[in-house]
Design a protein around this ligand. Structure first.
Ligand SMILES: C[S@@+](CC[C@H](N)C(=O)[O-])C[C@H]1O[C@@H](n2cnc3c(N)ncnc32)[C@H](O)[C@@H]1O
Length: 277
């Protein structure tokens, strides 16, 4: 008989069903979850589904020096290193960074890892970057608006004058409006793992990740809407924000699983800020 157990550490730290705090991530990414994260994302399948999207966006903007602020287990840091970018890999969760470092080493790289919380990023990460990436729905770990604003301000400040922020999020609009399909698997590509929303309301999206054998983990995320995120980005100073749906420029609002925002800092005299939202 297979029993379904929530893997101990996360349980003990009690990410309760209604926890809505930016601090949650510190208890959610426990060692046992970090160990299994790669079964969830499946590096090979994820590489295929993203193709060269992020590499192209970065190259088109002449970026060389990239800060990966949500390194997780290192998938994008490693891909970008292999594509020739200079990468610094930050994350707030020590267990995820440790796994990223191991993953890098297995592929012949020594990742430059820094443990840092986005809200006070420049306390621990120094320098100026051509690009910052915050991928894998990570930004939606922040529950308080104050934290989202502070985080975006930290990102903005660490970019060069013409730098770019690439930040993605689940299509929570579809989820909140009852149009969630998740037929495609652009991000969470592992065939044997299920990622299901267990609880959804305007302030909480609680996901359950179930692994072969029945072990499961939870992530409590904040279901922020696409236009709200675009607005916050503009309000902290980003000048031009392009939003892609599952790596495409044109999409129907309820169709994509993920949105990817590409936010440019450069102030161009010839392109006034759009204020459509
Ligand atoms: C959903 S995982 C995504 C990891 C990776 N980018 C990927 O796509 O596989 C989110 C990551 O964001 C990190 N994170 C969440 N909140 C954070 C914060 N306030 N400061 C720094 N890192 C944070 C977590 O530790 C975790 O590694």
């Amino acid at each position: 008989m297979t029993s379904t157990i929530q893997t101990g550490e996360q349980d003990q730290q009690s990410i309760d069903v209604d926890s809505r705090h930016s601090e949650n991530y510190k208890h959610e990414y426990v060692k046992s979850f970090a160990e299994r994260w790669d079964d969830l994302i499946d590096w090979e399948a994820r590489s295929k589904s993203e193709g060269s999207f992020f590499i192209d966006v970065l190259r088109q903007r002449g970026a060389k020096k990239v800060l990966d602020v949500a390194t997780g287990t290192g998938f994008h840091s490693v891909r970008l290193l292999e594509a020739g970018f200079e990468v610094v890999s930050a994350d707030g969760a020590a267990e995820m960074l440790a796994k990223a470092f191991d993953n890098g080493r297995k592929r012949g790289h020594i990742l430059r890892v820094v443990q840092a919380d986005w809200r006070w990023l420049n306390r621990d990460v120094h320098g100026e970057y051509d690009a910052i990436i915050c991928l894998g729905n990570s930004f939606t770990h922040l529950f308080e608006e104050r934290d989202r604003r502070k985080t975006l301000a930290e990102f903005y400040a660490m970019l060069r004058h013409d730098g770019v922020l690439i930040l993605d999020q689940r299509n929570y609009d579809a989820l909140l409006d009852g149009k969630y399909g998740n037929k495609r698997k652009y991000y969470y590509c592992g065939e044997s793992v299920t990622a299901e929303p267990e609880r959804i309301d305007e302030g909480l999206a609680r996901f359950r990740y179930t692994f072969p054998g029945g072990d499961y983990f939870h992530l409590n995320m904040c279901p922020i809407r696409k236009d709200y995120v675009r607005r916050l980005m503009r309000e902290v100073g980003f000048q031009r924000i392009e939003t892609y749906g599952d790596f495409q420029e044109t999409f129907r609002e309820d169709e994509p699983d993920f949105y990817i925002h590409v936010a440019e800092k450069e102030y161009r005299m010839d392109s006034p800020e759009k204020t459509e939202e």
